[in-house]
Design a protein around this ligand. Structure first.
Ligand code: IMP
Length: 196
């Protein structure tokens, strides 16, 4: 079994990915790896932030690892909150403050088209070399007028994926995992890993 460090402090993400992986790989969160750092996300793109997180952990541990960065991209807000999704309402703000700001900024806008985009960066060392790989997953949908459901995290209560009548926050983790941005990126990651 391969062990992979997942460079995150977000336990929701660990749970979602753990439930996708099966028994071939053991995913270790930063906490389980006894790494207590807040990795900065200073860049203007999901790809650069994901690379920064994965490279930081690889330099610390010299072990294979991956990170992911996710953004909610809303068409009528010109792609915002995007790479700033975690701190849309200000540094240290909570999920509720971010949701409130999205709903306020969108107002009654008829165009509520949005997508979640996840970028994963994997640092993979084999006998020959150490390389960086990227995987992307997108889930298209729209923003609701108000919050629905209590499951999940982040913007889940105001996002309904295309083809569904339920918000992500009204779904079980298994239902979300069948269609989510993160699942699409993670599936590619593990297809790659199984081919190694
Ligand atoms: P991060 O920078 O990748 O940790 O994520 C940025 C922010 O996007 C998080 O703080 C959440 O608010 C939001 N986010 C990321 N993934 C999801 C998701 O699957 N559902 C809802 N919100 C999410």
């Amino acid at each position: 079994m391969h062990t992979l460090i997942f460079a995150t402090n977000n336990q929701h993400k660990v749970l979602e990915i753990q439930s996708l992986v099966g028994n071939d790989f053991k995913i270790i969160s930063l906490k389980e790896a006894h790494i207590d750092i807040d990795i900065p996300e200073p860049h203007d793109s999901l790809q650069e932030n994901a690379a920064e997180k994965a490279n930081t952990i690889f330099q610390l541990t010299q072990q294979n690892c991956f990170s992911e960065d996710t953004g909610l991209e809303i068409e009528a807000l010109h792609g915002a909150p995007g790479v700033k999704s975690a701190r849309f309402a200000g540094d240290g703000c909570d999920f509720q403050a971010n949701i409130d700001k999205v709903l306020l900024n969108l107002g009654n806008s008829e165009n509520r088209t949005a997508q979640f985009r996840t970028v994963i960066c994997l640092i993979w060392r084999n006998a020959m070399e150490t390389k960086q790989y990227f995987f992307e997953g997108i889930c298209k949908g729209h923003i609701t007028l108000e919050m629905h459901g209590v499951q999940g995290f982040g913007y889940d209560p105001i996002f309904i994926p295309d083809g569904s009548t339920k918000s992500f926050a009204q779904m079980t983790i298994e239902e979300k995992n069948k269609i989510s941005h993160r699942q699409k990126a993670v599936t590619q990651l593990f297809e790659f890993l199984r081919s190694q």
